[in-house]
Structure formats: C-alpha cells, structure tokens
Design a protein around this ligand. Sequence first.
Ligand code: MG
Length: 247
Amino acid sequence: MAEQYDTPIIPGTCYRVHDLSRPQPPVVTPGTFSTQDAPGTPPSDAVVLFNGKDLSGWVDGKGEPAKWKAENGILHVVPGAGDIQTEAKLGDIQLHVEFSAPTAVKGESQGRGNSGIFLLGQYEVQVLDNYENPTYPDGTVGGLYGQYPPLANAAKKPGEWSVYDIIFTGPRFNGYKLVSPAYITVILNNIVLHNHAELQGPTQHKQLAQYTPHSKVGPLKLQDHGDLVRFRNIWVRKITGYDGVES
Ligand code: MG
C-alpha cells in the first residue's frame, strides 16, 4: 500500500486528502444489461423486488396479496386489481425497473399504456405510452407527474422494453418542518430525464403538491391505471452517504 501523504484534512470529514485510513468502497459485482429478449442480471448487492415467478413480497392497498399476474419473468398489470406495493420499506435508493406498453394500441393521451412508479408509495414517475402520443407535458412518460415534464420524450414503440434507472433521495423533516426536499434523478433508455430534480411534494392530480411530514421509508408502488402494462427486472440498491454514513 502507498505511503500516507502529509495532506490537509478535507472539510466536513475526519479524513486527509488521499487518506489511507478512509474506508474502502464496498466491492459490488456489476450485473449484465438487458436486451429486448431477456432481462439482465442485477448487481451483487441489489435487493430483487420481483422474483419473476409470483407476487411474493407484493400486496394491494389493503395489505392483501397482490392480484397482478406473474409469468416467465414478467409482471402484468391486471386491470381492476388495483395498485400494488412492496411489503419491503425502502428509503434512499437506486431503482432499476423495466416496462413495456401494451402492443395493442388503444386510447390516447393519458389513456394509452398508463401506469406509474411511486417512490415511498407517493412520488410518481409516470409510465405512459407516449410513442407518437402527446399528452400534457408534465404527464409524459418519465414526467414527475404534475410537477416537471421529462427533459426528453424517450418513449419506445409499444411492446418494446424500456429501462428506467432512478436515483431517489427522500425528504427529511424535523417535526413538522421540512429540512430537505426529495430529490430525484431519472434516466430512461439511457437518456437523462431529470437531473437531481427537487420534488415539490407527493404527487397530486390537478393540484399543487405540498409536503407533510412522513417516514424516511416506504413501499415502492406500481399503478393499475386500467392498461395492460408489463414490468420486469425490478431491483433496488440502498444508497448511503460517503464512507457508509447514513444521512
Ligand atoms: Mg400514471
């Protein structure tokens, strides 16, 4: 190992520049990328939320077993079955999830291939079939619904698999006071849609969002909007601060 340099302390830390006593980053073995035909594999430290075979770990809004369909690695929305959510409570995460809009195109605007991914069960990243299907911009696929349109319309053709990589930091409260808002970075099909966007509060429909105090952890929720959207390859990694420090 190299010799310790006589270097200054980095402000806000107890470490010197190039400090040899600073904790080594944990080794994480990367997974593989997905293709249209097959999902990739998750990294070694991922928590896999959908096992590809059944709805283990997923419940409906009443806490009853989720009634969506799982088959051959694919999770199908069952219209009318309601939203589903993980039993696992998640906090600040890196989320990977893939989806496919229905091959049979029907409806327009918000009525085509609508679903959604809700961080902490309440902050929606829109899922919609916006391939040659415009809608109100802040409801476009990848939009932070009702708050920010995506920086690009990165929709694929109906039936093709799209890939979301999302980095989410939940809000922090001190009693009733908001200390730090939620932040989100969203990449869809390798295109940046949001770069550390500051969320204005939990998702609302036709209203302004606003914060009320809530837990640091919550479920991941997927929306049943009545359309035959499919999901696959859903996993998360917990995000801590540098040197493994929890924020
Ligand atoms: Mg939606």
